[in-house]
Structure formats: C-alpha cells, structure tokens
Ligand binder design. Sequence first.
Ligand code: URA
Length: 218
Amino acid sequence: MITKAFPNLHEIKHPLLQHKLSLLRDVNTGKQLFNKLVYEITLILGIEATRFLPLRATKIRTPLEDMEAPVLAGKLPVIVPILRAGLGMVNAMSELMPAAKVGHIGLYRDEKTFKAIHYYFKIPKDYELRHFFICDPMLATGGTAVEAIKQLRENNVSAISLVCIIAAPEGVQRLLDTYPEVPIYTASLDRQLNASNYILPGLGDAGDRLYGTLDSNA
Ligand code: URA
C-alpha cells in the first residue's frame, strides 16, 4: 500500500507479515526466534520489493511441449546490507535471488550527534547492469539510509530500492526530501522517534537483538 503522504513508501500489509512482526517486536522474543523472524519477514518484503522486475520470454521444452516461458530480464540484483543489523536480512534476500552479488556498507550513528559515520564500502564494480537493494531493518532518522544512497550515487549506481522492516515517519520524510525516486519497502510505518531516535513502538535495537549484545532484555 502506498500512502498519499509518502508516495515513496510501500507498506506491506500481508497478515503473515503483520503476525511475524508482532512476534518480532515482543520484548520476550529471544535471539534465536528474532533471527528466524527477521529471515521470514525479509523473504516476504523481498518478494514485494522485486515485484517490478521485468521479464522476457525464452523458449523452453516442458515434458509435453515447447513453450515461450517468462524469465527475469533487466538489471541483475545486488543485495547491500548496512552493517551491522542489515546482515540479518542477507540470507533471505539471497535465498530469493541466489545469483545476486552482495555489497557491504559500514555505517553507524554517533550516539551523541546521531550523525551517520562511514567506515566501510565495498560493492561490485559492474554497477550499471545492476539494481541495488539496500537492507537495513530500521529506518529511523533516515541519516544512515541517506548516507548509503549518497555513497552509491557517488559510485554511479542509479537503480536503488530500500528494504526495511520498520520505518519511522521522520526517516521516510527525509528520504522523500532527499531521494524521492528510491522506493522503500517496509512491514510497518510506526508512530514516531523517541528522544534517543529509537522508533516507537519499534522493537528496540535490531542489531543488539539479532546478535545477542543487549545489556538488558529491553
Ligand atoms: N536502530 C534500531 O536498531 N532501532 C531503532 O529503533 C532505531 C534505529
């Protein structure tokens, strides 16, 4: 569903997705189930995010006859997780697109300024032929996503989509203002950010919950 306020946002309302997201948000969901749910949610989001991929006809032979069968045409995919939480989404995206290459963008947000700090960038070189799927579970202020897109654009990447599990209105607006042509696929547009720029109601720190590096259970 695209909302009028955010023409760049595809909020996927599939019941299985919504159910899995509720389990994911639950503070009592431990690391193992959290990882499994991120995988399953990303599979569904990935299917939606690739809905636009063009097809071409090719001749194949079934056991019964020849046919013109649709196969993928157009740009080859690159999966680009933003380190570290985005790594949790790579296996599901790779399952959907086994031939996809995987780039990596290392960004973290400074805890005082909330600015995105860059520390790693590696993408396949044949970018002109490829569609880049940036993966980051949480679109909060949008600072990290904007920086990732900026780096891809500086490397002449033109085709980009963003796949995130939860998005905050503040982050979606920032992307709309900066890169309105980049579509965002999410399971939920949440209410708002809190004073520490965590998403409400959200799910807490996605990286900590994926990798078991929480100080407490909160
Ligand atoms: N990153 C997270 O992991 N969670 C948030 O709520 C915001 C940013």
